[in-house]
Design a protein around this ligand. Structure first.
Ligand code: GUN
Length: 297
């Protein structure tokens, strides 16, 4: 058996098209342009790449993009003052502070200073609580992208056994909440889980978000399961070349699974597409307008 490939790159393209079409309508009918502000503190190379990509795609979908690049030794007070200014800026509907922050800045404090309505990352404690209680919230982009692909592939997720491997605040925990919201029976597994293989083998849906290259082999996967690979790990091959791999071993897992997201080209492109979707959603909510269909949880 060879698994169906869930093409996240193509799916992200259709999400961006939907966002762009809705943005064009907002401009024409309401004279409103959604705006996203991205704040980067310091010069972490990976973060710089992400921020550039976010800005580019924001503009390509017709939205306003503002980038604030701050010195690595920016004080907490200065960063909080900038966030306060963006919270009060009516042309900005989404605010994203790129993580990780330099060590001297308190990440929780900074994230929780963003207005929850503009928190397009869905990391603010209010949004975490709203999601956990099944209320309307801003939903973290990576799990939202995974949910969209799962809904597209399965139709209804109701009653399916879902195992999320990884318990991070950014992916594992919100992913579990979203799957529960779609009536899956959800298990959150992690590095201390007893009989992890057995737990994973029972799953109809496996979401791997541990950050360990090729940790999940095909022998752990139940026949026909859908596997969503959130991992993006850079490893060195035998010939010395660098290669991107996920948290699952694609070669062996794709022999057993019913469907699988590749790395690269799976979850990764969906994350930024969902950031654009969240910015549009935040803008619609801020203006009391109908939210885009199919782009929210
Ligand atoms: N750094 C890595 N992933 C993310 C993300 O999804 N949001 C933010 N703000 N920073 C990140």
């Amino acid at each position: 058996m060879t698994a169906n490939i869930i093409d996240g790159k193509a799916f992200a393209g259709t999400v961006r098209e939907k966002v762009a079409a809705h943005v064009a309508r907002l401009k024409e009918e309401n004279n409103i342009t959604p705006g996203l502000a991205v704040v980067l503190v310091g010069e972490d190379p990976a973060s710089q790449v992400y921020v550039r990509s976010k800005g580019k795609q924001t503009v390509e979908t017709g939205m306003k993009s503002v980038e604030h690049k701050l010195d690595v030794d920016t004080s907490e007070a200065d960063l909080l003052a900038l966030i306060d200014q963006l919270n009060n800026d009516e042309t900005i509907h989404g605010i994203l502070v790129q993580l990780p922050l330099p060590k001297h800045l308190n990440e929780d404090l900074v994230i929780n200073s963003i207005s929850p309505a503009k928190d397009v990352d869905g990391f603010h404690i209010s949004n975490v609580g709203l999601l956990g209680t099944g209320q309307k919230s801003m939903v973290p982009c990576t799990p939202l992208g995974c949910l969209m692909m799962l809904r597209d592939y399965h139709g209804s997720l109701s009653g399916l056994n879902a195992v999320v491997i990884g318990r991070s605040n950014i992916v594992g925990k919100p992913m579990a909440q979203l799957l529960l919201g779609d009536s899956c029976t959800v298990t959150i597994a992690h590095s201390r889980t007893k009989d992890l293989e057995e737990v994973v083998r029972r799953a109809d849906i496996v979401v791997a978000a541990v950050g360990r290259p090729e940790m999940v082999p095909g022998s752990w996967i139940g026949k026909g399961a859908t596997v969503i690979d959130v991992g993006i790990n850079r490893i060195e091959k035998e010939d010395g070349k660098m290669k991107l791999v996920g948290d699952v071993d694609f070669a062996s897992v794709s022999e057993v699974a019913g469907a699988i997201t590749p790395v690269p080209g799976g979850v990764g492109p969906m994350t930024i597409a969902c950031l654009l979707a969240n910015t549009l959603t935040a803008c619609c909510r801020a203006n009391g307008l109908q939210e885009p269909e199919g782009l929210t949880a």
